[in-house]
Design a binder for this molecule. Structure first.
Ligand code: PMV
Length: 326
């Protein structure tokens, strides 16, 4: 086969990844744990042909050399650095790109899967996760559905730093309610933000040192389906990560006034007895984790309590990245 199409869902970290211990291999400074989302997805087609440079068409728009180079790097890894044909890659997201909704996680997971299938190569998911990681760290977690850990790993070559499925989507019927504050591309990309944090934030060592314990707590909460415990560790990890971002020079602050308003709505819901917990990534959008029975109440409270939201979207937990026929 010289052409293949794959679909992957983005994931949202419950315990966050922020910081790299090896920039070239994109190895994380901290372990992390995520949930894969249903409803949002990236669909990517890879087609190989002789001659010409690699081409990337994202959302119907042909991209320039910088964006295409990141894709070429992943294709090189799929071909283990050997000679390979040029590729054209078409990719579509059914949700806003680069707005803190983890579009790069689904993008590079779908790319790795499609690129390997189009090349006729059988590469196991763990290895695909190692490849996807080198396009975007969070993509290491999007090869699988449900709840996924991204292992720190120890090896200098990074082969043991990959996603590890902890529980499938059916393990726990949770919802993630997205308060869409902005659909614009973020001003500071995550790699630049991480570099700035590592170089100038005095809080960074504390962040790195405390992260493994957060992952252990989240795993235990996941196993016993304890939403209170999982929500608390998610908010703690989120707040620590954003504290390190804010305390860099110059400061990286992704929160907007509507983000803070959404956080306050969630606190209000909790005060009234609804188990709802919030998180933000490298962008202003707030995602609220709650039980299936509370999702409508949470969405309604966000709509009523946060002026200017673009949308409120309720998502279920998604499945594995997969090849599509045709
Ligand atoms: O790997 P990237 O560049 O998508 O960085 C992801 C960073 C956060 O979304 C902020 C946290 C995370 O673990 O996904």
């Amino acid at each position: 086969m010289s052409r293949a199409t794959a679909l992957a869902h983005p994931n949202i970290a419950l315990v966050k990844y922020w910081g790299k211990r090896d920039r070239a291999l994109n190895l994380p400074a901290v372990p992390s744990l995520s949930v894969t989302l249903d409803g949002f997805s990236t669909t990517t087609t890879v087609s190989y042909a002789e001659g010409g440079p690699d081409r990337l068409v994202l959302g119907g728009v042909e991209r320039g050399p910088a964006e295409t180079a990141k894709v070429s790097r992943v294709l090189d890894l799929v071909w283990s650095g050997g000679a390979r044909p040029a590729a054209t890659v078409w990719s579509e997201n059914n949700f806003p790109t680069a707005a803190g909704l983890a579009s790069s996680s689904s993008a590079f997971a779908a790319l790795a899967l499609a690129a390997a299938a189009a090349a006729g190569q059988t590469i196991d998911r763990q290895r695909l996760s190692v490849i996807a990681r080198q396009g975007s760290g969070s993509a290491a977690r999007s090869l699988w559905g449900g709840f996924v850990e991204w292992r720190l790993g120890e090896r200098p070559d990074g082969l043991d730093s990959h996603g590890l499925p902890l529980a499938p989507a059916g393990h726990w019927d949770l919802r993630l309610v997205v308060a869409l504050v902005s659909d614009q591309k973020k001003a500071v990309g995550s790699t630049d933000g991480m570099t700035r944090t590592q170089e100038s934030c005095p809080l960074y060592p504390g962040w790195v040192q405390s992260a493994p314990q957060d992952v252990e707590e989240a795993k235990a909460a996941l196993q016993r389906r304890d939403l209170g415990a999982l929500g608390r560790v998610m908010e703690r990890s989120t707040n620590k990560m954003h504290a390190t971002m804010i305390a860099t020079e110059p400061s990286v602050r992704y929160w907007r006034p509507a983000s803070v308003a959404a956080l306050e709505v969630v606190e209000g819901l909790r005060a009234e007895g609804t188990a709802a917990y919030s998180t933000l990534d490298a962008g202003p959008n707030v995602k609220v984790l709650c039980g299936a029975a509370d999702a409508e109440r949470v969405a309604g409270a966000l709509r009523a309590g946060v002026p200017g939201l673009l949308d409120v979207i309720t998502l279920r937990i998604g499945g594995d990245a997969r090849l599509l026929p045709g």
